[in-house]
Design a protein around this ligand. Sequence first.
Ligand code: FE2
Length: 381
Amino acid sequence: MTLRANWSYPTAIKFGAGRIAELAEQCKAVGIQRPLLVTDKALASLPITAAALDILEAAGLGRAVFSDVDPNPNEHNMQAGIAAYKAGGHDGVICFGGGSALDLGKMIALMAGQTVSVWDLEDIGDWWTRADASVIAPIIAVPTTAGTGSEVGRAGVLTNSETHKKKIIFHPKLMPAVTICDPELTVGMPKFITAGTGMDAFAHCLEAYCSPFFHPMSQGIALEGLRLVNEYLPRAYATPDDLEARAQMMAAAAMGAVAFQKGLGAIHSLSHPIGAVYGTHHGTTNAVVMPMVLDFNRPVIEERLVRAADYLGIKGGFEGFRARVMELRSTLGIPANLTAMGVEPSRLDELTEMALEDPSCGGNPIEMTRENTRALFDACM
Ligand SMILES: [Fe+2]
């Protein structure tokens, strides 16, 4: 099987090794003449970024870059990016990188022409209608990790630097016009990023699969996504240049994000505040709390996980699935608990309050209360 295809679901996806060569062509196809490539500080100096800029320059599209992005992007990063976008007279954004670059690039495209505050566009009810859709710049997404799935999503995450809260900003036009999924771009990822982002994809599929809402399409995608991560993440981690494993992980990441339209749950509602307060890696944090969240939800998800274990070829039903998660964590060098990540017991009450305010909380199969959420944090320590 050749792992190369053009998909139109949920947006135009050019999937396959080497497809970055089509970057300039895709800019032109969506009407971008002066793209601003938004990436992060670490990627800015890497050869894959220079190569992407060379492709743009050779096609007469310039080589403008903005890379002043914190690991958890905030409104100051966004304002600096908008200033660069306006100063350069740009007419579209290429989001090139991992979750942070994708999220920030989307925010720049969304906000460069708006008069409302970005916080007024939080993913609550129909708040997105407050934005002027006609001035949102076209977006091309080029993921260089396999996890966030932001390349196929209509939202971006922005941290409020005053409150340290992560806010999900939503608009239908944040869905990239085109996404280029080129697994060769993920080969050079540091190992802990391969591990953490891969486990983020797993968490998306797992939480979507377990969420109680009626969405059989997402349910099916989540299940196959779980299988791909289970099979290919250890391979991608052990052998970074295994392009088949990288391609399957890249597909799984996109599948996770499509699936979590069905909902996320306690893994993400715990992980978001920890990331906002301590700056921990999102996917790694998800992996740390995952087994404890499985225990927490066991009374209502057991039957469902028995079916998943069956499909994944894992023996032992729920216990077998949980054991496999523990095995993945140790194979991938994930810390054993939140204490090992630097979380302080003195802040658990505060983190509990933040978790209860997180929008993911509503998708958890068991209702999260102050008491059981605080107990869950204790279990994760
Ligand atoms: Fe996530």
